[in-house]
Design a protein around this ligand. Structure first.
Ligand code: ADP
Ligand code: MG
Length: 567
């Protein structure tokens, strides 16, 4: 079976295609979203999802979240005794989602469609594929997140009406313009801001209330890590309440003392005005790139948890002069759409007519030198060959000339990015080609770029006057890992014991209680300590019913102590 996966910065989700529709798969806790979090215990076991997210404040050095931000880079984190890169951390999450889907369906999962932000470059896409490999999943296809959302909204039924997908998640913002033509779904343009999301709104909210809740500066004595988590959790709670009502309490408890204030939706809106302003640019850019006027958009489709904020919806309504569409749950759309694509790949007849095209998400080109107008040359200038947002597969050719008399070789770098100077773009590879010695400017070469749907770039260079050609396939060149190395890494990762799935609910609740024990003091700490012993006693009993009842009691007690918990 092939599954559809939304591998998010904050949360991930998995869905399957069954009986002609997409169905979200609950995890072992019964939740449809799994926090993208990994924590390693003292015994070297991996906790994934909610339990890991809960351990972050108490075990910051053993826990990591938001690792999608550094996928495709050399960066790694040390958790306990072992180093992990973002690919491996993603693989652990993917493996968990695979297990959830297998438990849900009773079938073996072999392949997956995984979504990636439209903004992801080549390296990030390849790293995501490798994460799938490491998790033992054959990655059938990577799909841009907004493209997947488009499929979830069932747009294949509405022909020739461009619409806009607006995805604001925990830490990233993506905009895409999508159109259906002749049963083909085409992403006409994508744009975004990969440093904008719900967490930024949390920070603004904390800035807004920080002085107000603590006029006597008592909190300055608190452990900064503990305090930061208390504030973040309170901000998350308050912000979600403000999605339902016009005012909400912002409250934290520290050393038996409550620090609280009331926040009005209007105040949050004002504090977040610069963030709301930043939503405009990517929207304008995608309209410009696709050459589509805002009036011709048939719909504005909302995706991502942060689009549930009324202040965001208001900003959108104002920006477009109409109300957005939120018929599909914004948190679920991407995974549901990935499952539509998975259904397509399994050749489900109901989906026969839907095809999908995509765009190249970034500009591809080569490095050139150009005259500086004073007889000299400036090197390192980017010459685009395939523009961003060109529908793929795409093939484009440009001509270039020699710069020096009797030049015998042309040597150039291949880059992706949007900057005028290649130094600010990502280098994908380089090539050399021999040319006949002639006065400068007399020899021309042709450079053809072909970019296909799986993200592979072919570069073909030829010298028409001599017939010499050279070609390069970028995917193989820039992927430093061999099949053998991947297999070795997969085995190494498989050797990491994962906390038993059936115990994940207990692990999550226990981690939360342990966090509360550390963050509260005095009487409250004593009480949490007693709750913890009671719960541990129940765990020792090994009787499922006793454990379940104790767990439910503990959750109720913790909710009453710190408020309902959201991740
Ligand atoms: P990502 O795509 O980054 O993994 P999600 O689409 O799951 O993220 O969105 C996560 C964000 O959505 C979090 O920042 C969370 O605060 C926010 N969010 C979820 N529900 C609500 C709500 N009811 N009100 C406001 N924000 C919400
Ligand atoms: Mg998302």
């Amino acid at each position: 079976m092939i599954i559809g996966i939304d591998l998010g910065t904050t949360n991930s989700a998995v869905a399957i295609w069954r009986d002609g529709e997409s169905v979200l798969v609950p995890n072992a806790l019964g939740d449809l979203l799994t926090p993208s979090a990994v924590s390693i215990t003292d015994t070297g076991e991996a906790l994934i999802g909610l339990a890991a997210r809960e351990r972050q404040p108490t075990h910051p050095k053993h826990t990591v979240t938001a690792f999608k931000r550094f996928i495709g880079t050399q960066q790694s984190v040390t958790l306990g005794k072992r180093k992990f890169d973002a690919e491996e951390l993603s693989a652990l999450v993917l493996r968990q989602l695979k297990a959830d889907a297998e438990a849900f369906t009773g079938e073996t999962v072999t392949g997956a469609v995984i979504t990636v932000p439209a903004y992801f470059n080549d390296r990030q896409r390849k790293a995501t594929r490798r994460a799938g490999d490491l998790a033992g999943l054959e990655v059938k296809r990577l799909v841009n997140e907004p493209t997947a959302a488009a499929l979830a909204f069932g747009i294949q039924t509405r022909e020739q009406e461009p619409f806009l997908v607006f995805d604001l998640g925990g830490g990233t913002f993506d905009v895409s313009i999508v159109e259906v033509f002749d049963g083909v779904v085409e992403v006409r343009a994508s744009s975004g801001d990969n440093r904008l999301g719900g967490e930024d709104f949390n920070e603004r909210l904390i800035d807004l209330v920080r002085a107000r809740i603590d006029p006597d500066k008592k909190l300055e004595k608190a452990d900064p890590v503990v305090l930061a988590e208390l504030l973040r959790a309170a901000a998350e709670r308050t912000r979600r309440k403000l999605s339902e009502s016009d005012e909400a309490e912002f409250a934290i408890v520290w050393k038996d003392e409550s620090f609280a204030t009331t926040v009005y939706a209007s105040a949050l809106e004002e504090a977040c005005a610069p963030l709301l302003q930043r939503l405009r640019d990517p929207v304008l850019r995608s309209l410009r790139d696709s050459n589509i006027r805002v009036e011709t958009l048939s719909e504005i489709v909302l995706v991502g948890g942060s689009t549930r904020m009324p202040i965001v919806r208001k900003a959108i309504t104002r920006m477009f002069g109409r109300f957005p569409n939120a018929t599909v749950h914004p948190d679920h759309a991407v995974a549901l759409g990935a499952a539509v694509q998975a259904g397509l790949l399994s050749r489900d007849v109901a989906l026969d007519e839907v095809r999908l095209t995509d765009v190249c998400p970034f500009t591809l080109g080569i490095e050139v030198a150009e005259g500086d107008g004073r007889g000299g040359y400036r090197e390192g200038i980017f010459s685009p060959i395939i523009d961003r947002n060109t529908p793929i597969p795409a093939s484009r050719v440009n001509s270039y000339h020699t710069l020096a008399d009797n030049q015998r070789e042309i040597h150039f770098g291949i880059y992706q990015g949007e900057a005028r100077e290649v130094a600010s773009n990502v280098k994908l590879g380089e090539m050399r080609i021999q040319v006949p010695p002639k006065p400068r400017g007399e020899v021309s070469i042709e450079c053809r770029f072909t970019y296909d749907t799986s993200g592979m770039l072919d570069v073909d260079v030829s010298v028409p006057s001599t017939g010499v050609t050279r070609s390069l396939v970028i995917m193989d060149q820039s992927d430093p890992l061999t099949e053998k190395q991947i297999a070795e890494r997969r085995d190494a990762l498989a050797a990491i014991k994962v906390h038993p799935r059936e115990e994940s609910e207990n692990a999550a609740v226990r981690a939360r209680a342990a966090r509360c024990y550390e963050s509260f003091l005095g009487r409250e700490r004593d009480i949490v300590g007693q709750w913890l012993s009671t719960f541990d006693g129940a765990l020792d009993s090994q009787d499922p019913r006793t454990i379940r009842e104790a767990r439910e009691q503990l959750v109720t007690a913790l909710d009453s102590l710190e408020g309902e918990r959201f991740l």
